[in-house]
Design a protein around this ligand. Structure first.
Ligand code: AQP
Length: 332
C-alpha cells in the first residue's frame, strides 16, 4: 500500500512558492490517495531556525497555515491533515533516528550550511532538522513525498536513514521518493535573492492570502534582467523572475507575448509586470474568498486539525511499537 506524507512549516505566511511547489500537489495527490495522504503543519521544525521562530506568533501562524491549505482545497474529511506537535511520536522516532545518523551526513546538507552561515550560535536542532523530517515521513511508512526541489537532498537522507534502519533491525521502512511539480521546482523570491522563503520575511514572498495592492507594490519594484537598463534595450526573459511568475500564473498567449516582446524591447518591464496581474487574481482570488469564509469559524478549523491528529496517531502508534520492539526496548 502506497502512502503520501508532506509537511509545511508555520514560519510565516504561505507564499506562491509553497502553493505551486507543494500545496496544489497536496490537493491533487489527496484526491488519489484519500486517507493514505497525510499532510502536516510541521511546527516542531519552526524553532530549529532562531531567525524564523517567534514564540508569540507560532500558534496563530499554525492556524493560518491550516486555513490557507483548506482554502486551497485540502479536504480534511478525505485526507489526514494535522499539526506535528500534537502527535508526540514524531519526536520519539526523531530521537531514535538521531542516535543512528552519522554527523557527517547531516553536516553535508546544503540547507543546513546556508542557514548556519547566517547564525552566530548554531542550535543543534538546525543540524537535526532532516532527521526530524525523516521521522515525520517514516512514522507513517510513507513512500511518496510531494515537495519543492529544495527538499530533495533531505528526501535522499531519509532514504539513507530508512536503509540503515532496515539493515540493522530488519525490514521496516520503505525508501520514499520525492514528487516534484515540474513547473515550480524553485520559485524565486520577489526580492531577487534566491528562492522564495517564508523565513526571509515578506520582502521575499508573494503571499497566497496577500492583498493585491500589496502584491503589486512588491512586483513594481522587483528586479528584472539587470542588463535591460532602458526601455529600448532588449531583455532576456530566461533570467527574469517576472517571466518565471508568468509561467505560473498567465495563460499561454500572454506567456508567449511576453517572451517575444521582451526580447525585442516591444514591452517595458512595468507593462510586463502589469500583464501578470490578471493571472494572479484569477488563481488567488478564489483561494482568498474561501479563506475569508473559513475564517468565520476558527473552531471548525481547529476541530478538523484535532481529528486529523487522532487519525495520524492511530497509524503512528503501532509503527512506534514495532520500532521500540525491534530496537530492544522493554515493552510497556
Ligand atoms: N520557493 C519555493 N519554490 C518551490 N517550492 C517551495 N517550497 C518552499 N519554498 C519553495 C516547498 O514548500 C513546502 C513547504 O516548505 P517550507 O515550509 O520549508 O517552506 P519555506 O517557505 O521554505 O519555509 P521557510 O520557513 O522559509 O523554510 P526555509 O527557511 O527552510 O526555506 C516544501 O515542500 C518546499 O519544498
Amino acid at each position: 500500500m502506497s502512502r503520501v506524507f508532506s509537511g509545511i512549516q508555520p514560519t510565516g505566511e504561505p507564499h506562491i512558492g509553497n502553493l505551486f511547489g507543494a500545496m496544489f500537489n497536496y490537493v491533487k495527490l489527496g484526491e488519489q490517495y484519500g486517507k493514505n495522504a497525510l499532510y502536516c503543519i510541521v511546527d516542531l521544525h519552526a524553532p530549529t531556525n532562531p531567525l524564523a521562530y517567534d514564540k508569540a506568533a507560532l500558534t496563530q501562524r499554525t492556524y493560518e497555515m491550516a486555513l490557507a491549505n483548506l482554502a486551497v482545497g485540502l479536504d480534511p474529511e478525505k485526507v489526514i491533515f494535522f499539526v506535528q506537535s500534537q502527535v508526540r511520536e514524531h519526536s520519539e522516532l526523531s530521537w531514535l533516528f538521531t542516535v543512528q545518523t552519522p554527523l557527517g551526513e547531516l553536516e553535508r546538507m546544503t540547507q543546513y550550511k546556508d542557514k548556519a552561515d547566517k547564525l552566530e550560535s548554531i542550535p543543534s536542532g538546525l543540524l537535526m532538522y532532516p532527521v526530524l523530517m525523516a521521522a515525520d515521513i517514516l512514522l507513517y511508512k510513507a513512500d511518496t513525498v510531494p515537495v519543492g526541489e529544495d527538499q530533495v537532498q533531505h528526501i535522499e537522507l531519509t532514504r539513507e536513514i530508512a536503509r540503515r534502519f532496515n539493515h540493522t533491525f530488519g525490514e521496516t521502512f520503505p525508501e520514499p521518493k520525492a514528487v516534484l511539480t515540474k513547473e515550480a521546482l524553485r520559485v524565486p523570491g520577489v526580492d531577487g535573492h534566491g528562492k522564495m522563503s517564508k523565513s526571509k520575511g515578506p520582502s521575499s514572498t508573494i503571499g497566497v492570502l496577500e492583498d493585491f495592492g500589496s502584491i503589486w507594490q512588491k512586483l513594481r519594484v522587483a528586479p528584472t534582467d539587470p542588463a535591460r537598463v532602458r526601455r529600448t534595450d532588449p531583455g532576456n526573459p530566461d533570467i527574469c523572475l517576472i517571466f518565471d511568475y508568468h509561467k505560473l500564473f498567465s495563460d499561454l498567449p500572454t506567456i508567449e507575448m511576453v517572451n517575444v516582446e521582451c526580447r525585442r524591447a516591444g514591452i517595458g518591464c512595468i507593462d510586463c509586470k502589469k500583464a501578470l496581474l490578471p493571472g494572479i487574481e484569477r488563481i488567488l482570488s478564489p483561494i482568498q474568498d474561501r479563506a475569508a469564509e473559513l475564517a468565520k469559524d476558527p473552531d471548525r478549523v481547529r476541530a478538523a486539525l484535532h481529528s486529523g491528529a487522532e487519525q495520524a496517531r492511530a497509524i503512528a502508534a503501532p509503527v512506534m511499537e514495532e520500532v521500540r520492539s525491534k530496537m530492544g526496548f522493554m515493552p510497556e
